[in-house]
Write a protein that binds this ligand. Structure first.
Ligand SMILES: *Cc1c(COP(=O)(O)O)cnc(C)c1O
Length: 385
């Protein structure tokens, strides 16, 4: 019997039928396939424009000879390194195939069907998606002046709340919350609610008043911090991130975690990248200068944007962000329209490398010296990634 879509839909778990897949930034390879653009610039996924850490690349090269062996499922050496890096115990560290995987483990460990997960509106799309995948009820709290409203998040807690997911700096606004707000928030919570502090962009923060979750780590507090090698360390393609939290809670996550979830190349690459302070410093410098450049030029163009502490910036374009996205695609620049984040008149652009002109060429067009400010959809952003 031929299976129709309706047939199959009737067989899957009911709460999964409404899920929509995560929309990732458009891969460069896809743009090359579709438009024949081979030198396009991607500023859509907050990746590191400098490429991977050179030390990580060298370590990965050496490790290639061991690919016939399974990796260390507990990533002993990397967890040792990370525990030293953070000043905590190795059993307070868990590794994932991207920090996304740890988020998934947290939700699946803690959220039963019908339980509530509180987060903010206009935040990382994975939070709602993973909650719904687990049968949980996702409750986004509105932003206040484009900032996470921690007091309102604390007030939203009910007896059904199992998990609170916070992102600092927040993707896609780039805004941060302060130490005082964070401490007030922690003090207001019942001890049965687990707080996840996603610090995917914490390395880029300049503001000294931003709390680092690891300073609040305690065995008797249900707080888990998440960090990643995908952004500041330039290893998004390797898929590796980590969490830190009370070992007793991580124990349960480890029961659900698939063995060998972090591969050999990722383990050695991450260890080397963690030691590559020079690369990290260079990255932070590029991001700081790029942020300043973008803010200056956006002001000059009369476009409003949200002051950012991350490696990306949210820009109001005064028309559907999709239009600007499509227009920039044709120019060989991939950015992100923000309708999925419920900012339909905004785009998000990450910091790239400084360059007077894009280096790509389009068929039938020469160098693009004429491209300047206000040149149609291009926004005149002289950046390349
Ligand atoms: C990029 C990002 C991550 C990191 O994801 P990985 O799975 O580690 O690549 C996590 N949280 C947010 C908010 C992000 O933007």
């Amino acid at each position: 019997m031929a299976q129709t879509e309706a047939n199959i839909a009737s067989l899957i778990q009911p709460h999964l039928s409404q899920l929509t897949p995560y929309q990732a930034g458009k891969p460069l390879e896809e743009l090359a396939r579709e438009l024949g653009l081979t030198n396009a610039v991607k500023l859509a996924s907050n990746e590191n424009p400098l490429g991977p850490s050179p030390r990580a690349l060298a370590a990965i090269q050496t490790e290639l000879a061991n690919l016939h062996r399974y990796p260390d499922s507990h990533a002993y050496y990397l967890r040792e390194d990370l525990s030293r890096h953070l000043g905590i115990k190795p059993e307070q560290v868990i590794l994932g195939n991207g920090s996304d995987e740890i988020l998934d483990l947290l939700v699946r460990t803690l959220v039963s069907p019908g339980d509530e997960v509180i987060s903010s509106a206009h935040t990382f799309l994975m939070y709602g998606l993973l909650t719904r995948a687990a049968g949980g009820v996702f409750r986004p709290v509105p932003l206040k002046d484009l900032h996470l409203d921690l007091a309102a998040v604390a007030r939203a807690v009910t007896p059904k709340t199992k998990l609170i997911l916070l992102n600092n700096p927040n993707n896609p606004t780039g805004t941060v919350f302060s130490r005082a707000d964070w401490e007030g928030f922690l003090a207001a919570l019942p001890p049965t609610v687990t707080v996840v502090l996603d610090e995917a962009y914490i390395e880029f923060v300049d503001d000294p008043d931003v709390p680092q979750g690891v300073a609040y780590l305690a065995e008797d507090r249900l707080l888990v911090g998440l960090r990643t090698f995908s952004k500041a360390y330039g290893l998004a393609g390797l898929r590796i991130g980590y969490g830190y939290g009370p070992s007793k809670l991580l124990d349960f996550l480890n029961r659900l975690r698939l063995p060998f979830n972090v591969n050999r190349l990722a383990q050695v690459g991450a260890r080397a990248a963690l030691r590559d302070q020079e690369f990290l410093n260079r990255t932070l410098e590029v991001v700081r200068q790029g942020r300043e450049f973008l803010c200056r030029e956006l002001s000059r163009l009369g476009l409003s944007y949200v002051p950012t502490q991350a490696n990306f910036i949210l820009i109001r374009v005064g028309r559907p962000g999709q239009e600007v996205y499509q227009g920039m695609l044709r120019e060989g620049v991939i950015i992100r329209a923000m309708d999925a984040y419920e900012f339909p008149d905004c785009i998000r652009v990450n910091v790239g490398l400084p360059s007077p002109y894009h280096h790509h060429r389009r068929p039938g067009r020469g160098r693009q010296e004429h491209r300047g400010q206000g040149s149609g959809q291009g926004l005149g952003l002289p950046l390349s990634g």
